[in-house]
Design a protein around this ligand. Structure first.
Ligand SMILES: NC(=O)c1ccc[n+]([C@@H]2O[C@H](COP(=O)([O-])OP(=O)(O)OC[C@H]3O[C@@H](n4cnc5c(N)ncnc54)[C@H](OP(=O)(O)O)[C@@H]3O)[C@@H](O)[C@H]2O)c1
Length: 140
């Protein structure tokens, strides 16, 4: 069986020229959606008709988050939820998971996008190396 057929059979997707196109709307949860790759991914998913739960560490009333939600609406997102959490604090990570679970009982895809690199500026709240805490402990 070709890979494309196998993937289509397993995931119920149609692959066209290497691009995966979901036949039906899925629910995505993406961390670090306020900037960079995460922001672009969230907007693209909204344009494609998917439901997207957004995470960031900026306050919901910040200009950055307001702009993001406005852009999501322009792309057709009708109900977009935003969750604030600093992934440097494992307590906030747990609260984030609980809040997302309250929001939906069906999550199709979790995109652990939030991340940092370079020399960490500080340790995490629980005393771990910051890069380890955000990139490894929080998503796992
Ligand atoms: N860009 C590249 O060339 C490249 C290459 C390899 C891997 N990556 C990885 O791809 C991912 C996205 O990269 P990017 O370039 O889009 O990065 P980015 O522009 O710096 O965005 C990272 C996102 O993660 C969030 N974030 C960082 N620390 C956080 C924390 N402690 N708690 C909650 N959110 C936090 C940021 O929030 P704030 O806006 O509040 O800071 C931002 O929304 C990262 O995991 C990165 O390591 C990127």
């Amino acid at each position: 069986m070709e890979l494309k057929s196998a993937v289509n059979a397993c995931f119920g997707q149609s692959l066209t020229n290497g691009v995966s196109v979901c036949n039906s709307a899925r629910t995505f949860f993406i961390t670090g959606a306020t900037d960079g790759i995460g922001r672009h991914t969230a907007l693209k998913l909204a344009s494609d008709g998917h439901r997207v739960l957004l995470h960031g560490r900026k306050p919901p009333d910040s200009d950055c988050v307001r702009d993001l939600l406005e852009e999501m609406r322009k792309r057709g997102a009708h109900s977009t939820s935003y969750f604030q959490a600093d992934l440097l604090d494992l307590r906030e990570v747990r609260q984030l998971a609980e809040a997302a679970q309250k929001e939906t009982n069906k999550l199709d895809v979790l995109i652990n996008n939030a991340g940092i690199w370079g020399p960490p500026e500080k340790a995490s709240v629980q005393g771990y190396d910051a890069t380890w805490a955000v990139n490894v402990l929080a998503p796992s």
